[in-house]
Design a protein around this ligand. Structure first.
Ligand SMILES: [Zn+2]
Length: 124
């Protein structure tokens, strides 16, 4: 059995829904949601609401911690590569590619390259 994750929303337990009410008959409390999988915030939150609550509480500190932008970024040929894919309905195959948003040059990618978050043609 896979391990259950807790929603990271700081106020998750304060939302009164039936599924959050847990415990023995006379001792039920509203609790943080616990599931094998969440669909918000990289799988850390049970809802957009909980993701938003987290950002309201910690967002500024997180941005300062990881580096606040102080100047605008510029999209150039050197950093305009983005990954994408096309589904071929005839062959039922997925074609992965990387395309430069400035030059519109497109190159094929293997599925492994597509899934590898560190793989890029962008200069860092
Ligand atoms: Zn939650």
């Amino acid at each position: 059995m896979s391990e259950l994750k807790l929603c990271q929303g700081p106020d998750c337990h304060t939302y009164h829904t039936k599924d959050r009410l847990k415990g023995q008959k006379d001792n039920k409390t509203y609790q943080t949601r616990r599931r094998s999988n969440f669909y918000y915030g990289n799988g850390n939150f049970c809802s957009f609401n909980c993701q938003h609550d987290w950002f309201q509480l910690y967002g500024d500190r997180a941005i300062d911690h990881f580096g606040r932008l102080t100047e605008p970024k510029h999209l150039t040929e050197q950093n305009a590569w983005v990954k994408g894919y096309d589904w071929n309905h005839t062959t039922d195959e997925c074609q992965h590619h990387i395309i430069n948003k400035i030059t519109l040059e497109q190159r094929p990618l293997t599925e492994e390259q597509y899934r590898d978050n560190n793989y890029t043609l962008n200069e860092r």
